[in-house]
Design a protein around this ligand. Structure first.
Ligand code: AMP
Length: 470
C-alpha cells in the first residue's frame, strides 16, 4: 500500500512552473522555489512546458507504462518523445478507461497527443469504418488547427492501419466528399464545412464511437454554438465524449452539461497562467509610431521569424504591405484570405522564407511553429485571455521565447485587464527614439481604469506613422 510521505523539494528556477503528479490523480502546480508536498510515495514532477522533462524523479513515468499498443509507442519514440506531458499522463489513462473526459489544458501542453494516442489505441481494436461511416469526429474551430491535428494523427498513427480525413471550408468540397465515401476512422473537421457535407448526406454516424470537441472556449467565442448543437444532434447517443478547452467558463460548463456524462475532470495548468519559458515585456509608445518601432526592432535585433498579432484583418494586410516596402519580407493571414493563401503564408513563414507573419487571433489559433522565437502584440487583444493564447505560440518545446507588446496610452485598460488576469505586471522597456509624448501610466494589479468611450470609426491610417502607407 502507498504510504503518505512529506517531500521537501528545492526547485531552482523560481520563474518556472512545475506540474506535480502524486497519486495519478492530483496535479499541483507551483512556481515557488521551495515547495513542501504531502503525497503518497509516488510522485513525478515536470516542468510544465515541452519537452516536459522530469525534474524530480520518484517514479520516472514513461509512455510504456500507459498500456498503449506497441505500434503507437514506436511512433512516439520515432517522434522523439520520452516522457508523457502532465496532460498526457492524466488524459491517456482516463480516455483509455472509456468514460467522458473534460480537460482544461492551455496551448502547448501536448494535449493533441493526449487525446490522439488513446484514440488510436481504441480504434485499432474495432472494425474499420466502411461506406461513409465515421468512427470518430474531432471538431475544432479553425482550418489551421484541423490541419495540424490531422498531421498529428498521421504522425502518431503511422504504423497502424486507420483512415483519417480532414475537412474544412475555403477549398473545394469535391475531393473531401470523395474521400468520405470509403469510410473514415478519424474525421477532423471545422463546423461550417462539416454541416454542409452532413446536409449533402456525405457521411454516416451510426457507428460513431468517439466525439472530441477541441478548443471549446474558442468555438464559443467564434459563435459556433448553434453549429455545435446541430452537429451533436446528428450523433448517436451512445458514444465517448472528450472536451478540451483552455479555460472552463460558465458558458463552457453549460455546454458540457448537455454534452458529456459524469466526466473525469483534468486540469494541468492553473487558469490564466503564462508559460515560464517566455520572457515578456512591453514598450510604451505612440500608436502612430508602432509600425516604425517594429521595423526598428526587427532590423536592429536581426529577428528572422516574428509572429505579429493585429486586431483587424485590414490592419494585418496593411502592415504586411508596409513591411515589404521597408525591405522586410512579410505576409498576413486572416479569415478573408483563401485557404490556399493561408496555407502558403504559413508554410513560407515556417520555412523562413518570410520574416514576419501578421495574423489575427482567430487565424493564429492553434498554430504550432517549431522554435518560434518572437511574438509581438502590435495591438493588445480586446479579450485578456487572448494574450495568453498569443504568447503561448512562443517558448514551446522547452525553448525560450520572447513576447513583446507595443502599448499606446489608449490601450491602458487592456493592459490592466491582462495584468489582472495573469497576476503579473509586465516589465516595461524603453525603445530609444520612440518614447511616447503621452506616457503610459503605471497601474497597480487590479486597478480600475476607465474604459474609453466608443470612438467614431477609426481613421484609415490609424495604424501607421508619418512614413507609413497612405
Ligand atoms: P500541443 O499542445 O498538442 O499543440 O503540443 C505542443 C507541442 O509539444 C507540439 O510541438 C508537440 O509536438 C510537443 N509535444 C507533445 N507531447 C510531447 C512530449 N511528450 N514530449 C515532448 N514534446 C511533446
Amino acid at each position: 500500500m502507498l504510504r503518505p510521505v512529506a517531500l521537501s523539494l528545492h526547485l531552482d528556477q523560481a520563474q518556472t512552473e512545475y506540474a506535480i503528479q502524486t497519486t495519478g490523480r492530483h496535479l499541483i502546480l507551483a512556481n515557488s522555489a521551495i515547495l513542501t508536498l504531502r503525497c503518497r510515495s509516488k510522485a513525478t514532477i515536470w516542468r510544465n512546458d515541452p519537452p516536459f522533462k522530469e525534474v524530480y524523479d520518484l517514479t520516472s513515468m514513461t509512455f510504456d507504462e500507459l498500456g498503449l499498443d506497441p505500434q503507437i509507442l514506436r511512433a512516439i519514440q520515432e517522434k522523439g518523445y520520452t516522457t508523457p506531458s502532465p496532460i498526457q499522463a492524466q488524459a491517456i489513462p482516463a480516455v483509455m478507461a472509456g468514460g467522458d473526459v473534460m480537460a482544461a489544458a492551455q496551448t502547448g501542453t501536448g494535449k493533441t497527443a493526449g487525446f490522439t494516442l488513446p484514440l488510436l489505441n481504441r480504434l485499432i481494436k474495432g472494425a474499420r469504418a466502411r461506406d461513409q461511416q465515421v468512427r470518430t469526429l474531432i471538431l475544432t474551430p479553425t482550418r489551421e488547427l484541423a490541419a495540424q491535428i490531422a498531421e498529428s494523427v498521421t504522425t502518431y498513427g503511422k504504423h497502424v492501419k486507420l483512415c483519417s480525413n480532414v475537412i474544412f471550408g475555403g477549398v473545394p468540397a469535391g475531393p473531401q466528399l470523395k474521400k468520405l465515401r470509403q469510410g473514415t476512422d478519424i474525421l477532423i473537421a471545422t463546423p461550417g464545412r462539416l454541416l454542409d457535407l452532413i446536409n449533402q448526406g456525405a457521411m454516416k454516424f451510426d457507428t460513431l464511437e468517439v466525439f472530441i470537441l477541441d478548443e471549446a472556449d474558442r468555438m464559443l467565442d467564434m459563435g459556433f454554438i448553434h453549429d455545435i448543437k446541430k452537429i451533436i444532434s446528428k450523433l448517436p447517443r451512445n458514444r465517448q465524449n472528450l472536451m478540451f478547452s483552455a479555460t472552463f467558463s460558465d458558458d463552457i460548463r453549460k455546454l458540457a452539461k448537455g454534452l458529456i456524462n459524469n466526466p473525469t475532470e483534468i486540469s494541468v495548468s492553473p487558469r490564466n497562467s503564462t508559460a515560464g519559458s517566455v520572457t515578456q515585456y512591453l514598450i510604451p509608445l505612440e500608436r502612430t509610431r508602432k509600425a516604425d518601432a517594429l521595423v526598428e526592432l526587427i532590423k536592429s535585433n536581426n529577428w528572422t521569424q516574428t509572429l505579429v498579432f493585429s486586431r483587424t484583418k485590414r490592419g494585418a494586410n496593411k502592415l504586411a504591405t508596409y513591411f515589404e516596402s521597408q525591405g522586410i519580407s512579410a505576409v498576413a493571414i486572416h479569415s478573408n484570405k483563401s485557404q490556399n493563401a493561408r496555407t502558403k503564408a504559413l508554410s513560407d513563414f515556417k520555412a523562413g522564407k518570410v520574416k514576419v507573419l501578421f495574423a489575427t487571433d482567430i487565424a493564429a489559433r492553434g498554430i504550432d511553429i517549431d522554435d518560434l522565437p518572437q511574438v509581438v502584440n502590435y495591438d493588445l487583444p480586446e479579450q485578456a485571455e487572448d494574450y495568453i493564447h498569443r504568447i503561448g505560440r512562443t517558448g514551446r518545446a522547452g525553448l525560450r521565447g520572447q513576447a513583446i507588446s507595443l502599448v499606446s496610452a489608449d490601450e491602458l485598460h487592456l493592459l490592466v485587464d491582462i495584468e489582472k488576469l495573469t497576476q503579473k505586471l509586465i516589465e516595461r522597456r524603453k525603445l530609444g527614439g520612440f518614447e511616447p509624448h503621452t506616457p503610459l501610466p503605471e497601474a497597480e494589479l487590479g486597478a480600475k481604469v476607465p474604459r474609453p468611450q466608443k470612438k467614431a470609426p477609426a481613421s484609415r491610417n490609424r495604424n501607421f506613422g508619418a512614413r507609413g502607407p497612405r
